[in-house]
Design a binder for this molecule. Structure first.
Ligand code: FE
Length: 390
């Protein structure tokens, strides 16, 4: 067998073709084998030895071809590793059956080749564990059928009753053990698939966050201090969200909202945004457009659909005197009500172009004063609790 696998030379052309043939035309090959093997089974027994040996050889070749991708170069070490235990188990298994079914004179193991070959071809590695399971199961069933339902020759025609009983026991026990093994294997396989899926999802989430941060960078061009603002906003919003028991999904929206709530300021003139004095009523009207512009910017971005209310409503007031829609109380999205409190608190405690930062105590006083007016009372209480602990 080792000679056939020219270890360090390029893949043998014949094997390469066989490999591809099996992969692409397995159905045709399988049918051919059924015909060939059946005609062999009805032949005179003495003449069976050479075709049977040929079939055995071919089955082993199938195994090699399926275990190795012959289009690639392989080192001896790699080949041994790739052929793995399954392969050696196959050889042992075939020889075992060969011996116990009456050696070279038995037509029985032709039957064994059907499930073995078909399962090998259908369930390509790593699913090839099924091959051994399917083989044993078929083997057990045939034996069981022969013993209990008196199936006619050519099946098992030269196996003595004693050998049949031993084989039946071995086959059924083997089938059971393999079923357990296969199930465990399948579970492990599914678990790995699941892990991969989770990793993929994490990756997607990270890309989402990077996209959002990219959008945020566009805002930095207009308001250089905005990064620190939304970093603190993320922190406060996350703390409130956690304490209020928000689920992972809503926490994610809240974080995105914290970064993007002022994205609409991209559409407001820089001189208004950075004006070091009180704004005129006209300028104030301009500023009031930023939630609407922001919502418009992210409109149509599927993963930001639930973030849109945060952007659009973060300047709404609990008493209905906010903008742009004048929504009141619970008409305002819950996440937007959280954003409203943390955004206002951070604005108060930061230096703005038109005003110096308030002290933490003054800002807390303001939160208490506006509780139930500008801000949702429950959320404000939660935030005050957090601030006192900080
Ligand atoms: Fe804003």
């Amino acid at each position: 067998m080792k000679n056939t696998l020219a270890v360090s030379s390029p893949p043998n052309d014949l094997l390469l073709k066989l490999n591809l043939l099996i992969r692409l035309r397995w159905g045709g090959i399988f049918l051919l084998f059924i015909l060939l093997s059946y005609s062999l089974a009805f032949w005179e027994q003495g003449a069976l030895i050479y075709p049977l040996l040929f079939l055995l050889g071919l089955t082993l070749l199938f195994n090699i071809a399926l275990h190795l991708d012959l289009r690639k170069r392989h080192t001896a070490k790699k080949i041994i590793k790739m052929l793995n235990l399954q392969f050696y188990f196959d050889i042992f298994f075939y020889l075992f059956i060969f011996h116990f079914t009456g050696g070279t004179g038995s037509p029985f193991f032709i039957l064994l080749l059907f499930p073995a070959i078909s399962a090998t071809i259908v369930f390509q590695p790593p699913g090839s564990y099924f091959r051994a399971g399917a083989t044993l199961l078929m083997f057990g069933l045939i034996l069981y059928g022969e013993t209990n339902w008196h199936m006619n020759p050519p099946f098992l025609m030269i196996i003595s009753m004693k050998e049949k009983t031993i084989l039946l026991f071995i086959a059924l026990t083997g089938s059971l053990l393999l079923s357990v093994y296969l199930t465990a294997n399948l579970v492990q396989h599914l678990r790995q698939r699941f892990k991969k899926l989770v990793a993929l999802q994490e990756n997607l989430k990270r890309s989402y966050f990077e996209t959002v941060m990219g959008l945020a960078q566009a805002m930095e061009a207009k308001e250089p201090a905005i990064r620190e603002h939304f970093e603190r906003t993320i922190l406060y919003a996350t703390l409130i969200g956690k304490r209020l028991g928000l689920d992972d999904e809503n926490m994610e929206y809240l974080r995105f909202g914290a970064v993007l709530h002022d994205i609409g300021k991209i559409g407001i003139a820089k001189n208004i945004l950075t004006k070091p004095a009180k704004l005129t009523p006209e300028e104030h009207e301009q500023i009031k457009k930023h939630p609407g512009i922001g919502a418009h910017i992210i409109n149509g971005v599927e993963f930001l659909k639930k973030v849109k209310p945060i952007i659009l409503q973060h300047h709404e007031r609990y008493d209905g005197k906010g903008y742009p829609q004048g929504l009141k109380g619970e008409e305002i999205s819950f996440l937007a009500r959280i954003m409203s409190v943390v955004d206002a608190y951070d604005a108060m405690t930061s230096d703005r172009p038109y005003a110096k930062a308030k002290s933490r105590e003054k800002a807390i006083e303001e939160l208490i004063r506006e509780k139930g007016k500008q801000f949702d009372p429950g959320i404000t209480d939660t935030f005050l609790e957090i601030l006192r602990e900080m």
